[in-house]
Design a protein around this ligand. Structure first.
Ligand code: NAP
Length: 387
């Protein structure tokens, strides 16, 4: 503390430190999660085609922390109260795009394009007044994962390219057509195509990754699928957001798979970190105890990988290389992957703050009664083998 009696030299130093501290603060932003993020050298004006849901929340938080200004274009149906400091243009990209007319942005991030018509319309309208179009696609563009799929691998095709029904079979090929639509309008030099794998972390509205820490937090025996060494791939939405915003700052073109590098994460790490987080944060009455069940036993019980036990897919058939998607191109452009433990911890923390109804009824994961029936069948099998 300075006072009238503080020697002049010391007072000057203190004033200088305060000014430096203030300057440092103005050069760093703080995301909602509190992480210090340095400011970008040059602020950008960004248009997000999409709103404050999951990826949109993290993209906006990261972009704001970097000092960029942001506009959401969305229908205002999801999380309308989130991030009130972000400008809104209300509209449906299937309807009139009048709200976008006559405005200029440095770049557009398209989070919400699912059919090529949507992308073409937005791109054609924006191309004269926006430098770069970044389209959020998916690794689902690859027709299968019999072998690892890098960015030059062929993409899935539709027999009828006018189809607009988005389902399990058409989602990937439609995303590939969306990519093509963005590139056709903006050209290869002014477009950036991002192909994320499974996007995970706080705010995830699908509950797939969330299932694991949430299940561990309930305590008791739970199914851990396959083997602890089984590989998984995912991308924390916050790492994806950082990669995308930095790509726009550096004005980079090209197509990028964006997911954790093959072999970085395993099912064992996901389960163990979920147990650790549950013990620390939820302290359930019964300690969480994973019971590793072989893939063949789960298949015989009719338990479905991915839908019943999310994030996990046995490495067979079309999914042989599902967890082996190469990401060298994104790593070379600075993709940073946080430890899985951080994602698990933050996801559980977020999950615990959700309304009770959302916590009690997850959208993914095996039903509790069925899970216990499968575990009972496993114990009986063991008892018969021993007897
Ligand atoms: N989740 C994953 O694991 C995963 C993996 C790979 C790729 N992706 C891709 O990542 C992107 C983001 O996924 P997400 O699940 O966060 O997206 P989403 O829920 O489908 O939509 C994101 C936002 O877009 C807005 N929106 C949707 N339809 C709109 C329309 N017709 N007009 C205007 N705004 C519209 C929504 O706000 P309003 O409802 O308020 O309009 C919402 O805020 C998607 O492109 C998805 O394909 C996801």
């Amino acid at each position: 503390m300075t006072s009238a009696r503080t020697p002049l030299r010391r007072r000057r130093f203190l004033a200088g430190s305060a000014a430096l501290a203030a300057l440092a603060l103005s050069r760093t932003g703080t995301s909602e999660a509190g992480a210090r993020i340095p400011r970008a050298q040059r602020p950008l004006r960004l248009l997000v085609l999409g709103g404050p849901r999951f990826l949109g929340v993290h993209t906006a938080e990261y972009a704001l922390a970097r000092g960029h200004s942001l506009t959401f274009f969305n229908r205002g149906r999801t999380n309308a109260e989130r991030l009130p400091q972000v400008e809104r243009i209300l509209g449906d990209r299937n309807g009139p795009l009048d709200g976008l007319a006559g405005r200029e942005w440095d770049a557009v991030l398209d989070h919400s394009g699912y059919v090529p018509r949507q992308v073409r319309r937005a791109a054609e309208l924006l191309a004269p007044r926006v430098r770069r179009y970044l389209f959020v696609s998916s690794v689902s563009v690859y027709p299968d994962f019999t072998v690892p799929r890098d960015e030059d691998s062929p993409v899935g095709r539709l027999e009828d390219e006018t189809v607009e029904q988005v389902d399990g079979a058409t989602y990937g090929p439609l995303k590939a057509l969306c990519e093509r639509a963005a590139q056709a309008v903006f050209g290869a030099e002014r477009s950036t195509i991002i192909r994320p794998g499974l996007i995970v972390g706080p705010e995830d509205n699908t509950d797939r990754f969330t299932w694991w820490p949430a299940r561990a937090a309930r305590g008791g025996d739970f199914i851990a699928p396959g083997s602890p060494a089984d590989r998984i791939q995912c991308i924390d939405a916050r790492d994806l957001a950082a990669f995308m915003v930095r790509a726009l700052e550096r004005d980079i073109s090209g197509t990028y798979n964006v997911v954790s590098p093959p072999g970085r994460f395993t099912m064992g790490e996901l389960v163990n970190e979920s147990v650790r987080a549950a013990r620390q944060r939820a302290r359930p009455a019964e300690p969480p105890m994973p019971v590793w069940l072989p893939a063949e036993f789960l298949a015989a019980q009719g338990v479905q990988p991915w839908s019943d036990l999310p994030v996990w897919l046995p490495a067979t058939g079309d999914s042989t290389a599902f967890a082996a998607t190469p990401v060298q191109r994104a790593l070379a452009q600075g993709l940073a992957i946080r430890p899985l433990a951080d994602t698990v911890r933050d996801t559980l923390r977020w999950h615990q703050g959700r309304p009770l109804a959302e916590r009690e009824k997850l959208k993914a994961g095996i039903d509790a009664a069925r899970e216990q029936a499968v575990l009972t069948a496993w114990r009986r099998r063991g008892a018969i083998a021993e007897g």
